[in-house]
Design a protein around this ligand. Structure first.
Ligand code: SF4
Length: 119
């Protein structure tokens, strides 16, 4: 899913379209030579053991990652899911996290930055 929702500058790949190097069922066909932005990206599901299988991007249809610049979580939603995944809708209504920005477009990936609860 991350190979679809994000833009990859080095490849001129726009957000919301599958990368030409993504092979269904086997991953990246240029894994050893993939661009730096791909090498340096780790979604929250990969690095946070608290996120169960329901948060796997292929299941929930969005990719969650930490954005240290904004101290926020960023969600990139599969634009092929125009009504929005149920898990995302549920999460956005929970108390605690505060929605900072949300932008939906049928032609572009949807992004919502969720601020960490203030302490
Ligand atoms: S180069 Fe590989 S890792 Fe990077 S977006 Fe394309 S398929 Fe994914």
């Amino acid at each position: 899913m991350c190979c679809k929702v994000y833009s990859i500058k080095e490849l001129n790949k726009p957000a919301g379209q599958w990368c030409i190097h993504a092979v269904r069922g086997s991953g990246c066909s240029i894994h050893a030579n993939r661009p730096r932005s791909c090498r340096e990206f780790f979604c929250s599901w990969l690095i946070d053991p608290n996120l169960g299988p329901e948060w796997k991007p292929e299941v929930c249809r969005f990719v969650m990652s930490a954005d240290p610049a904004y101290q926020a979580l960023t969600l990139m939603v599969d634009p092929g899911m125009p009504l929005g995944p149920a898990l995302l809708s549920t999460w956005l209504t929970l108390p605690g996290p505060q929605v900072r920005t949300a932008n939906r477009s049928p032609r572009a990936a949807t992004m919502a930055a969720i601020a960490a609860p203030s302490s």
